[in-house]
Design a binder for this molecule. Structure first.
Ligand code: SF4
Length: 251
């Protein structure tokens, strides 16, 4: 691995909480929240701060192997500390932002996490398939979003298809999440469902009504249930799950 592959590393926060989304909802996890996202300005409902927070962990483009090793060691120290004070944890969630922007750091970090016998849980916007290719062997659980054009100003069907195909071929435990807003269209749900079903109809789909933010609201309940029925005709498992951590007032 060449050193010049490493870009500036920015981590917003490292903390212990419960997973608030998807099929592992309620499981205790250590979260490593990476700053920055390749979809910026991105999704209309995005609540990820662009600038790192106070307890940020920041490393300028690493100049040598020692710097990189030190950065990873510091992170592992934080993880070990959280496991001792707040564990046991189900897994370590690599979240963001988009964690795959830091894939070369991730490769090293994950190897260390594995030594601690903790599972790795990757939360991703499902577009950086080339980066994912580099670490797919080390991911235990993949929580992949399908981003809809009405929310993200652009369509990413091609990228999502490549990403999900890679995960499916590797047999990584995967589920898909789609955030529903009042703007979501039936056509978008149909296209998403076809994309998943063409790859593997056993991949669970979570429909997540958006937590109201910045004048973005969820669809009406009857629409949500209609989307679930529509998806359920082609996929084995389709569930409606809101963001539980927001309801509980947790991080
Ligand atoms: S993909 Fe995630 S981090 Fe990026 S803009 Fe959308 S919600 Fe925000």
């Amino acid at each position: 691995m060449k050193i010049n592959q490493f870009k500036k590393l920015d981590i917003q926060e490292v903390f212990s909480s419960i997973q608030g989304e998807g099929i592992f909802v309620g499981e205790k996890q250590i979260f490593i929240r990476f700053s920055r996202c390749n979809l910026r300005p991105g999704c209309s409902y995005c609540d990820t701060k662009i600038k790192p927070l106070n307890n940020t962990f920041s490393l300028n483009p690493a100049k040598n192997k020692t710097e990189i090793k030190n950065a990873i060691n510091q992170l592992i120290k934080l993880i070990k500390n959280l496991e001792t004070t707040s564990g046991p944890h189900h897994s370590v969630s690599l979240t963001g932002g988009e964690p795959l922007l830091y894939v070369d750091y991730l490769a090293l970090l994950i190897s260390q996490i594995k030594k601690m016998k903790l599972k790795t849980y990757l939360e991703t916007n499902g577009t950086c398939y080339k980066q994912f290719e580099k670490i797919k062997n080390k991911i235990d659980i993949l929580a992949m979003d399908i981003k809809l054009p009405t929310d993200c100003r652009k369509s990413y069907w091609r990228e999502h298809k490549k990403f999900l195909t890679l995960a499916n071929n590797k047999k990584i435990f995967t589920f898909i999440k789609i955030v529903l807003t009042a703007k979501t269209t039936q056509q978008e749900i149909q296209t998403s469902v076809k994309l998943i079903a063409d790859i593997n109809k056993n991949i669970p789909l979570i429909l997540q009504p958006v937590t109201p933010v910045k004048k973005i609201f969820p669809p009406k309940n009857n629409i949500i249930l209609a989307y679930q029925s529509l998806a359920g005709k082609h996929l084995k498992e389709v569930r409606v799950i809101p963001q539980i951590h927001k309801i509980l007032g947790l991080k």
